[in-house]
Design a protein around this ligand. Structure first.
Ligand code: PLP
Length: 387
């Protein structure tokens, strides 16, 4: 590695609040100011709080270049809650959804449809292969009963970027509707209503937008959302009802995650200040570049080629060296304030390191320095995977 190890506060003390740096797919490291924004209690009917909600919803629509034809409906819970809400509302009882699967989050969408008893089919690729718009085109040509297509933008299982524009073009040309899980990409990888027509896209507060966990949101075409009335098999996950309540009095239907929303409002301000998607995505791309280069210099191999890699989370093959033990490696890094993540692949033994959250080049260099020292301490001399 060319850069000198940075022996600075990031390496020895963790974040400014003394917490470890989270190099994970979420929850993520947030800024001190985002955390500070939570030091207030608001009632759900408070006018300031209602204004914050309106501002948040408008900002989120703007991130995808949405206008009057689009609306944002926030929802309590982790990201999966809003994925489930999207499928439950938009895929009606008489509809059929084709789910494109190349990882665990695609598989989870199929599981949700199973639980809800919705009609679905799956088209599947290996975890290191992007979904294929041409194969999708053939599947849609072959089955007129498919009304919707559901796809994950960045499949966090591997970190692979799916070709969302091409998928959207096929879906539109074939006259079907598109539902997108953009959870781990939203705010860092461009997604614009000008390039991608969708009925609904979902994401959450605590990934690339760098808020705290606690809520998801759905950005929908108003007309499509209006048509979901009565579809939801769930009361609390009914996006149509949540929307109607919010349009009525500006309030959430049930107890809102007030502190999470205050933090999110601050996080969105910091997102704008960084230059929106271009600025945020640029920092993550640089984080990813430093990480991949540094790990390759140490002998590690990435699962994905650079052309398929999203700058969100990187999957590395497990080294074959018998001195390498992932749990011990993890614990030693954690003791030095860096948290990495186990792999979730079925195709290969692996682990993951994230590039997202409130961290930059200094933290990536510091993490690499700690990784290098840890490998030396463990007596690992060869980081190449099994042949
Ligand atoms: C994080 C994530 C989710 C939601 O996961 P939760 O653990 O429920 O927040 C869904 N899809 C993708 C692609 C994700 O990265």
């Amino acid at each position: 590695m060319s850069a000198q190890p940075h022996v600075n506060r990031t390496e020895t003390e963790g974040t400014p609040t003394g917490d470890p740096w989270l190099l994970t797919p979420g929850p993520l490291t947030t800024s001190p100011t985002v955390k500070e924004a939570m030091l207030h209690d608001y009632g759900s009917r408070d006018t300031h709080f209602i204004d914050v909600n309106a501002r948040m919803r408008e900002r989120l629509v703007r991130i995808v270049d949405g206008g009057d034809g689009h609306v944002c409906v926030p929802l309590q819970g982790s990201g999966t809650f809003v994925v489930e809400a999207m499928l439950g509302c938009f895929v009606g009882a008489g509809d059929k959804v084709l789910i494109l699967v190349n990882g665990a989050y695609g598989t989870r969408m199929a599981r949700i449809c199973e639980v809800y008893g919705r009609d679905f089919v799956v088209q599947e690729w290996a975890e290191d292969v992007p979904v294929d718009p041409q194969a999708l085109d053939r599947a849609l040509a072959d089955d007129d009963s498919i009304t919707h297509v559901a796809v994950v933008h960045c499949e966090t299982t591997s970190g692979i970027l799916n070709p969302i524009e091409e998928v959207a073009q096929v879906v539109q040309r074939r006259g079907r509707r598109l539902l997108i899980d953009a959870m781990s990409a939203f705010g860092a990888i461009p997604l614009s209503t000008r390039e991608v027509s969708f009925d609904a896209v979902v994401a959450s507060s605590n990934k690339c937008l760098e808020g705290v966990p606690g809520m998801g949101f759905c950005i929908a075409r108003k007309e499509a959302l209006a048509a979901t009335k009565g579809n939801s098999p769930s009361l609390s996950l009914d996006l149509y009802d949540q929307w109607q309540a919010m349009e009525g009095n500006g309030q959430w239907r049930f107890t809102p995650p007030t502190h999470c929303i205050l933090a999110f409002d601050r996080a969105l301000e910091e997102f704008d200040a960084e230059g929106g998607v271009a600025g945020r995505g640029g920092r993550y791309r640089e984080n990813c570049r430093i990480l991949v280069q540094g790990m390759r210099d140490l002998g590690f191999e990435t699962l994905l080629g650079d052309d398929l890699q999203a700058p969100i989370i990187v999957t590395f093959h497990m080294p074959a060296d018998p001195n390498f033990d992932f749990d011990a490696f993890y614990d030693r890094l954690r003791a030095r304030n860096f948290v990495i993540y186990p792999g979730k692949l079925t195709v290969a033994e692996s682990f993951r390191i994230g590039c997202i959250g409130r961290l930059g080049a200094d933290e990536m260099h510091a993490a690499l320095a700690v990784i290098r020292e840890t490998l030396a301490d463990m007596g690992v001399t060869d980081c190449a995977p099994k042949a």
